[in-house]
Design a protein around this ligand. Sequence first.
Ligand code: COS
Length: 404
Amino acid sequence: MDDSLYFSEQHIAVRDMVREFAREEVAPVAAHFDATQEFPWANIKKMGELGLLGIPWPESLGGAGLDLLSYMIAIHEMAKVDASHGITISAHTTLGTSPIVNFGSEAQRERFVPLLASGRVLGGFGLTEPTAGSDAAGTRTTAVRKNDHYVINGNKNFITHGGVGEVFVITAVTDKALGTKGITSFILTKEADLSQRGDVDIGHEPSLAAMPGFRAGKKENKLGWRASDTRELIFEDVEVPVENRLGEEGMGFINFMQTLDSGRVGIAALSLGIAEGAFEQALNYAAGRRQFGRSIASFQGIQFQLSDMATEIEAGKHLMYHAAWLAKHKKPFGKEAAIAKLFCSELAMRSTLKAIQIHGGYGYTKDYPVERMMRDAKVCEIGEGTSEIQRIVIARHLLRGMAD
Ligand code: COS
């Protein structure tokens, strides 16, 4: 895809800026953070300074004031080098911040968004629970209204930035009898785990008081996205002021489903980045590697693999950027987001496996990044809705379309 046909000069400037940062600052440390599972605070600070933690938000709220395509370009470019840094951008921006931008009051936007958009503190999204994964409406966390506050009890799991984050949007049941219409969302603040921060002065904002009873639980030891912090969130009699309710009572489920529609375009961009990063590694390796007295790229068997990868990546780009374009122009995009997420995440798996195969034995070692990319690709078929859920969402759109 010739980017200049579709992108403005500004899009290309964003792409080049992120590409340079990813190659110079992220690539050299990606294997280290993958091995140690530490959170890359120093790079997160630089990403905040570059405006990468608030790309689509207006400048009046501390964002970069760029469009949704710029945002997808940034995720895509970052994930070519390292998916963990890519998911930090996506989870913080779409999941952690966008519900406040889209569904929050003016006061909530002014209080939280500038801190999040600048990267001063990190945000997260608490929907998933031990018994509410694909069945997102199975939420058991409760919020009981008492005068001017709600008392929240329960827990969430697999939450990106669960430890390092300070601001979370979460769902809780306010009226069980109403089903999905009895789920409400709230903005909660907790103490961030800054134990690995060193002298990097981000992650905490003194004006945000931690809510007693709200804390992070177990950190997951994951197959991939290992430099991304994934933890449980625990709520024990957390008193949340009414002014921290996000939108009206009963709107939490629908608002979070809309947020996931956007999130899925981001995961498509991230998956495409992984697929393309692995493809580039495979192409370079094939061109340099000699066997039987020739470059292995001269063998048709390798050429066919590379051609298939390139073809699918091209197709994925059209799906992802089409969904992003619809979203940017405020047209319905839920079906297209699910299609892009489904195709690109499964493509990331195929592409990384092919890249390992082309590298042969070397691809199976940590001397080359393709094995990390393969591990990072797997969760793209699971997070923000499994491939099976994407197929359900697509089918529902198709059947609704027929009924209409
Ligand atoms: N946008 C706006 N509204 C939506 C919506 C969306 N994307 N999806 C659902 N809704 C609305 C429905 O229209 C319905 O409203 P009405 O009752 O007024 O018609 C309401 O929400 C309930 O929807 P539905 O009946 O479809 O809910 P289900 O329990 O059947 O769940 C799925 C639907 C499976 C799509 C949902 O549970 C889901 O997305 N699961 C995956 C969750 C996920 O991705 N988790 C990963 C989190 S990692 S960050």
